[in-house]
Design a protein around this ligand. Structure first.
Ligand SMILES: C[S@@+](CC[C@H](N)C(=O)[O-])C[C@H]1O[C@@H](n2cnc3c(N)ncnc32)[C@H](O)[C@@H]1O
Length: 246
């Protein structure tokens, strides 16, 4: 199903809304149900109208509206960036393309296992695995000043459908990324990551609380109600030595 989702996302991005139907003639019952719901989804329609690559743009827009995560001039690392909707939002909010001449210019670096089509104002490092130790070195080389002010992670492993297993895999992905923050995240910085709720969520929350001054759990409206998807927003990174510098 995850592969099917990526196919629909990619076809939606490049060939338009109607082409998603024509790609999926041999779909299973579950895929048919998913596609019917997808085509009726108001966020899918809004993403098409507003030229976002995926409906997930609205999750970040909403979280940003409520919690002011992004502002002009910030350096953003977007992990699990394909097909690029969060990067589109980030480019606009941090002014990475320099379109607002009166505001500071930010920077957006998107990273993914998959190829990402170019986006003005964003730099993409792909295909790479964020958890590969060689990737952090390349990230550091690409980020201006070798630091990000905000780390976003909408990463999700290919779902097996076994809820506990998928949950554990996503938590370990988040923990791996958190393990990279001392090298990448500027003290005072922000870390936003997607998880699927489950037994290991507390462990992730505990680790975040050790590293950040404030940790919140968020379920955006644009996140499907039936999904266990939730986001941890951790702010004011204490930094390597535990001191918050602004
Ligand atoms: C839900 S999609 C992200 C959608 C994206 N935020 C957007 O708005 O376009 C999850 C992405 O995480 C990526 N991913 C999963 N594990 C990864 C890893 N270890 N390293 C890099 N990317 C990964 C997948 O390839 C997939 O593209």
């Amino acid at each position: 199903m995850a592969g099917f989702l990526k196919l629909v996302c990619a076809s939606f991005q490049h060939k338009g809304f109607h082409s998603a139907r024509s790609h999926c003639k041999n779909r299973t019952g579950a895929e048919h149900l998913w596609l019917t719901r997808h085509l009726r989804d108001p966020f899918v329609k809004a993403a098409k109208v507003e030229s976002y690559r995926c409906r997930s743009a609205f999750k970040l827009l909403e979280m940003n509206e409520r919690h002011q995560i992004l502002r002009p001039g910030l350096r953003v690392l977007d992990c699990g960036a394909a097909p690029g909707a969060w990067s589109q939002v980030a480019v606009r909010k941090v002014n990475a393309a320099g379109t607002d001449l009166s505001s500071p210019i930010g920077f957006v670096l998107g990273v993914d296992l998959l190829h990402i089509f170019p986006l003005e104002g964003a730099t993409f490092l792909c295909p790479v695995d964020v958890t590969d130790p060689r990737t952090s070195q390349r990230i550091l080389e690409l980020l201006p000043g070798g630091r990000a002010d905000v780390i976003l992670s909408d990463m999700a492993p290919n779902a097996t459908g076994v809820r506990d297993l998928d949950h554990d895999r996503l938590i370990s992905l988040c923990l791996s990324l958190l393990g990279m923050t001392p090298d990448i995240l500027h003290p005072g910085g922000t870390f936003l990551c997607k998880t699927w709720a489950g037994s290991q969520s507390r462990q992730l929350q505990r680790r975040l609380t050790e590293e950040f001054q404030r940790v919140r759990l968020i379920k955006p409206e644009a996140s499907r109600k039936e999904s266990s998807e939730v986001y941890f927003l951790a702010t004011q990174y204490r930094g390597k030595k535990g001191a918050v510098k602004q």
